[in-house]
Design a protein around this ligand. Structure first.
Ligand code: SF4
Ligand code: SF4
Length: 458
């Protein structure tokens, strides 16, 4: 077998962006171009439009997405989740985590390079502005090493002013997800003294975004992100990753007797995390596919087949498969489809109106005139729909009297109703000291939920 790397006798033992003295080695990434980069750009604009625009979308005047932590109400794709839905949310989270694990095992870290907001903002917004103001990666590196002359100062000042403004815009876009546009607009128009804590939080988050996108950059992916750190245990030799075909590429060089890699190092120049993918899969690789595009351009220029760097598994490269699909990938993909279908099913089949009836804690029974006994119950009903509802509560198991404020409950959309009910039963109806009673919640004539509870007697 050919040697995987003909240049380095041993692999590096520190992060790629760490200099010999332990300091930071700045990554000057070349602007990518090519088929995959074009697709990534289109996808990024779609994601950016969603991130920035989703909180403004309304369905029948109600938010499409809202994470109202203070009001303990989440609206996700128009579906409302209250605190009572914690079980469903936990189930969805569990499904989602499983989905992420299976997805990563099968398709590698493609989320990081193609859909993660950190990559999208850094590569598609901040780095593009930087390139526009400071020039390409060679000019940027040269200018940074040079004197602080007028040319360097005005470019740096302009870039950082734009970055600060962008960070403030991003923070407000981020806050929109938690407040909704109307509330944020009210807060923005109120004096700072009325919302000092909110203003302080906004400044802190903006400063954090500015620091991340101006200075910390790719280190979020390579050193901080827990998902990135998990790659070592999630990937195996069958996982589809961005991989260098070392069998085809080595030994590197331009002579006819050597492999296809001409050692131009353009795949390294274009890498936003600064690694050399020819050294094999590395923790820093975010699967952005910029090196695939770049190497394909090089291969075309030297009349060699594309795909020296490509989406493939380690096993696929080693055994020379022509397809990235294997039985495991197919099986995992089927499980992913099932998991996603379960997610959608849980969402769609959730009850639109959810009632909770419980016997009031700490109470027993009360003697009533005419040989009757009463118990006290708490009722809570949540309307998760966009329509107002008129509901009634009846007792289904016995001929009994149910007392509560009003004959019916008028529940506004997205609203919650809480009250106390008194159930009065004849003593002759009781089965010992604990009698099973059944409550029914009706919308018009339609029974929407039943509850089996206990009635306590003497
Ligand atoms: S871009 Fe392709 S040919 Fe150039 S160094 Fe990288 S792998 Fe080799
Ligand atoms: S090695 Fe390639 S795919 Fe991985 S981060 Fe660098 S450019 Fe992106």
């Amino acid at each position: 077998m050919k040697k995987q790397n003909s240049e380095q006798p041993s692999f590096r033992d520190r992060p790629i962006n760490m200099a010999d003295d332990g300091g930071r080695k700045w990554v000057y990434a070349k602007k990518p171009k090519g088929k995959l980069f074009k697709r990534r750009t289109i996808l990024s604009w779609i994601f950016l439009a969603f991130l920035l625009g989703a909180p403004f979308i309304k369905i029948d005047g109600h938010p499409f997405m809202l994470l109202d932590i203070v009001g303990r109400k989440f609206v996700i794709f128009g579906a409302i989740f209250w605190a009572q839905d914690t079980f469903i949310l936990a189930l969805l989270m569990l499904t989602f985590v499983l989905f992420i694990v299976l997805f990563t095992v099968t398709y590698g870290r493609v989320w990081c390079g193609w859909a993660c907001p950190q990559t999208i903002f850094l590569e598609m917004v901040f780095r593009k502005i930087e390139t526009l103001i400071e020039g390409n990666y060679i000019k940027r590196a040269k200018r940074d090493k040079g004197e602080w002359d007028f040319d360097k100062i005005w470019r740096k000042v302009l870039k950082h002013v734009i970055f600060i403004i962008l960070s403030i815009i991003m923070t407000n876009a981020f806050l929109l997800w938690f407040t909704g546009p109307e509330k944020l607009w009210t807060i923005v128009n109120e004096p700072i003294s009325d919302n000092f804590s909110g203003f302080f939080i906004m400044i802190i988050i903006s400063a954090f975004f500015y620091w991340v996108y101006s200075f910390f950059r790719e280190q979020i992916c390579t050193m901080v992100c827990p998902y990135g750190r998990m790659q070592g245990v999630l990937l195996d030799k069958k996982s589809i990753i961005v991989a260098y075909d070392y069998l085809r590429g080595e030994p590197r060089g331009k002579k006819d007797t050597e492999g296809d890699c001409i050692n131009c190092k353009r795949c390294v120049a274009v890498c936003p995390t600064g690694i050399d993918i020819r050294n094999g899969t590395q923790l820093e690789c975010i699967n952005c596919t910029a090196c695939i595009d770049e190497c394909d351009i090089v291969m075309k220029s030297v009349n060699k087949p594309k795909g020296l760097i490509r989406f493939d598994s380690y096993e696929g490269i080693k055994e020379g498969h022509t397809t990235i699909w294997n039985s495991r990938n197919k099986a995992y993909s089927a499980v992913l489809v099932i998991l996603f279908s379960f997610f959608v099913y849980t969402l769609v089949t959730r009850p639109a109106v959810e009632a909770t009836i419980l016997r009031t804690s700490g109470t027993l029974f009360q003697e009533q005139p005419n040989n009757k006994i009463s118990n006290l119950y708490n009722i809570k009903i949540i309307n998760k729909t966009h329509e107002d509802k008129i509901l009634t509560v009846k007792i289904l198991s016995h001929e009994a009297e149910l007392q509560m404020a009003g004959k019916s409950i008028t529940l506004k959309n997205h609203d919650m109703f809480e009250s106390v009910m008194i159930l009065i039963l004849d003593k002759k109806e009781l089965d010992g000291n604990k009698t099973k009673v059944v409550f029914g919640v009706y919308e018009g004539e339609k029974l929407i939920e039943t509850y089996d509870l206990t009635f306590v007697g003497p």
